[in-house]
Design a protein around this ligand. Structure first.
Ligand code: T4K
Length: 367
């Protein structure tokens, strides 16, 4: 029996993709702000209900570029409970990351613990809408306003997430997205930065193209973050089917919740009121004492049966060799993040899970 993986990529119809490839071949224009790049940006603005977007070649360069665009230096407050790219982007800019614990109700940074971590060197906060669950954005913004800090949201998981009809990407100064193959919406590799005004869009477009503002003028020390035409076309086709994929994921979440709500020692989150979720991940949390098995025992038991859940996000970023020496990386500073990292399994969650797949996954957890 084939393995049941944590995710499976959304793929466009091959014939439709071939037609777009033909257009690209005919035009002989394959990268550098071509017509599919422009069309994808316009289509994403409409779908995501945002005024400006700049697409990138992956989801890590937008994080690095956002810090550059806002001239961030010194220290940035962030969360250890994320994919390692969040903290790496800070480090790559020569900035010191300062870890703050998470709110166990959302998995995102705990606003009540941010102020204690602010020093004279703090210039920004980089929270993560982990699993696509919105952070406590109003409280984070109030702190940022009080101390004159910028807010860059790592919204890699939050494609299409809305709160009371408004895009979560409208929050903060900038938000980043990942369009990696494992995400709800993908361009194979890809990502984006979402901004609120035309001036910032222009600055970021310069920064992702080496800083070029014309044939002979370089206005900033930019990088190469451009998305090519082939992946832009792939993305345009995937955008047409992303709503159906999100609905299929929603049905999987309903099934998991119905089946697992009575299992002692297993907990999970329900939908938040007023939020349009994207069901990008389905994390469960194992309380070993109540469940009678540790998280890792369950994780390996599922693997033996070909069910490849993942322990996102274990180990915490703060435990990796680059970061563990930082004062804020100390375990005692991060009790909630440590607890979550030690108890989480992300169950398989994608648009193509069959009833048989779900029966097997659920039966392994129900025992
Ligand atoms: N910020 C946050 C919060 C993020 O989560 C991420 C990325 C980033 C920033 C950075 O964005 P990018 O620069 O990556 O765009 C994956 C992804 O590589 C990564 O994008 C993602 N977060 C992270 C959470 O997960 P792995 O190493 O766990 O992926 P991998 O290769 O083990 O794939 C997982 C499963 O997906 C496979 O078992 C099967 C399935 N899969 C995967 C690929 C690549 C497929 O079926 N087909 C495929 O082509 O990191």
């Amino acid at each position: 029996m084939p393995n049941i993986t944590v995710t499976s990529p959304l793929l466009p119809d091959l014939n439709e993709f071939h037609q777009l490839l033909q257009e690209i071949w005919d035009s002989k224009w394959i990268t550098n702000n071509g017509s599919f790049h422009k069309r994808l940006e316009a289509a994403l603005c409409e779908y995501l209900k945002v005024p400006y977007i700049s697409v990138f070649t992956n989801g890590t360069l937008p994080l690095i570029t956002a810090l550059q665009a806002l001239n961030i230096s010194g220290e940035v407050i962030t969360t250890p409970y994320s994919f390692v790219a969040t903290t790496h982007s800070i480090w790559w800019n020569g900035i010191r990351p300062v870890f703050v614990d998470i709110d166990p109700a959302t998995g995102g940074i705990d606003p009540e613990k941010i102020e204690a971590a602010i020093t004279t060197k703090t210039t920004a906060i980089m929270p993560v809408h982990v699993y696509g669950k919105p952070c406590r954005t109003a409280e984070i913004q109030a702190i940022a306003d009080k101390y004159g800090l910028k807010v860059i949201y790592d919204a890699a998981h939050a494609f299409g997430v809305e709160v009371n009809g408004k895009s979560i990407l409208a929050e903060g100064d900038l938000s980043t997205l990942s369009f990696h193959a494992t995400k709800v919406f993908n361009t194979i590799e890809g990502g984006a930065l979402v901004m609120h005004d035309a001036k910032m869009k222009q600055r970021i477009d310069y920064l992702k193209n080496f800083g070029f503002a014309g044939e002979t003028e370089v206005v900033a020390p930019g990088i190469n973050g451009k998305m090519d035409e082939v992946r832009s076309a792939f993305g345009l086709l995937n955008l047409r089917q992303v709503d159906a994929a999100i609905e299929a994921r929603h049905q999987v979440a309903i099934r998991y919740r119905e089946a697992l709500c009575e299992v002692e020692g297993i907990s999970f989150w329900n939908d938040m009121p007023g939020v349009r979720h994207n069901y990008s991940y389905f994390p469960i949390f194992v309380d070993a004492a109540k469940y009678g098995m540790t998280r890792d025992e369950l994780y390996y038991k599922m693997r033996e049966h070909g069910v490849l859940g993942r322990r996102y996000f274990y180990p915490l970023i703060s435990t990796f060799s680059t970061y563990r020496g930082l004062p804020s990386a100390h375990r005692g500073n991060l009790p909630e993040a440590t607890r979550m990292a030690d108890s989480v399994i992300c169950l398989p969650m994608h648009h193509q899970l069959s009833d048989d797949d779900l029966d097997l996954i659920i039966s392994l957890i129900q025992r």
